[in-house]
Design a binder for this molecule. Structure first.
Ligand SMILES: Nc1nc2c(ncn2[C@@H]2O[C@H](COP(=O)(O)OP(=O)(O)OP(=O)(O)O)[C@@H](O)[C@H]2O)c(=O)[nH]1
Ligand SMILES: [Mg+2]
Length: 284
């Protein structure tokens, strides 16, 4: 037990930087019992419409990478989402409301791609990305031990293309997550993470830098950071001051009907590298 604990601590200190988490994120995810499954869609025709238009985030990743487990951890639940050792377990889009009704946001679990995927799942996923107004961020997951294969690189490229509209607007952002960090020997963690980071950047420079997680560590690792990231993506972490500045900026500086999304890169005149290393600059 002690050696396990030691390894966990060592792992933590290796892969974490000091981080402060807002009480806002703690509040949004505090009431884990109120989270619930609200709808499932096995095809594009069944995408649910909710009375209150809540912001949504969705996971993507190869089958078995740990998508459903990660959302369980984010929700502070053990088995609200069904998980399995067998790849290909989740077979439809499953919508989970966070917070008591009417809720704060929706987490969308998805089937995996890759050798265990199915073309019809891909069509449904694409359709969701292209039509869902509520979508704020896509979380793409990579297994720490396996890194990126050709399916992952293909998906990153595909998402990068979908993420920017022909007008240059960006309705949603792309965030990478490394899962199962506990499966890597402590001494190899930095190398493994850096390799994955570089591979992601080479294919998708606008993808936000990976959050490293493990749902098997006690307590789960990287989950507070992920929660914070989710509420940022959903616009739930904004202060009143931020809102007022944005409104003034939109009204007086930007041309009418142009959104902040449109100008994000040129606004700051930054190279893609700089943007990728400053996640906060992208998701207005
Ligand atoms: N060691 C370790 N195992 C994990 C971790 N996260 C998930 N797993 C295990 O990985 C397996 C797959 O997890 P799921 O969450 O079902 O994966 P998924 O991506 O949803 O899989 P599909 O629905 O089949 O696409 C399960 O046996 C989990 O217990 C982790 O952080 N560390
Ligand atoms: Mg699953």
């Amino acid at each position: 037990m002690l050696s396990h604990l030691f390894r966990s601590q060592a792992r933590r200190s290796l892969i974490t930087g000091a981080c402060e988490y807002s009480t806002k994120a703690q509040k949004v995810f505090a009431d884990s019992k109120s989270a619930e499954f609200v709808a499932g869609a096995a095809s594009s025709a069944n995408f649910p419409k909710f009375g209150h238009s809540l912001p949504e985030v969705i996971v993507a990743g190869r089958a078995n990478v740990g998508k459903s487990s990660l959302f369980n951890a984010v929700l502070g639940r053990n088995s609200l989402l069904h998980t399995s050792k067998k790849a290909g377990h989740t077979r439809q889009l499953n919508f989970y409301r966070v917070g008591a009704e009417p809720g704060k946001l929706i987490l969308v679990d998805a089937p995996g791609y890759g050798a265990r995927g199915r073309p019809e799942w891909g069509d449904m996923f694409d359709n969701y990305l292209q039509t869902r107004q509520e979508l704020r961020r896509v979380y793409i997951l990579f297994n720490a031990k396996h890194g990126l294969n050709s399916y992952d690189k293909g998906m990153l490229e595909h998402l990068s293309n979908l993420m920017l509209t022909p007008r240059g607007t960006q309705p949603w952002t792309l965030q990478s997550v490394i899962t199962k960090a506990d499966t890597i020997p402590v001494d190899d963690i930095s190398t493994a993470i850096n390799k994955i980071r570089k591979e992601i950047f080479d294919v998708a420079p606008l993808c936000l830098r990976p959050i490293v997680t493990s749902t098997e560590m006690t307590p789960p690792f990287g989950i507070d950071q992920l929660r914070e990231n989710i509420i940022d993506a959903c616009g739930l972490n904004k202060t009143l001051l931020w809102y007022v500045i944005r409104k003034i900026y939109e009204s007086y500086v930007l041309k009418p009907r142009q959104t902040l999304h449109t100008l994000t890169p040129s606004l700051f005149n930054l190279e893609a590298t700089t943007i990728a290393s400053h996640p906060g600059l992208v998701p207005f």
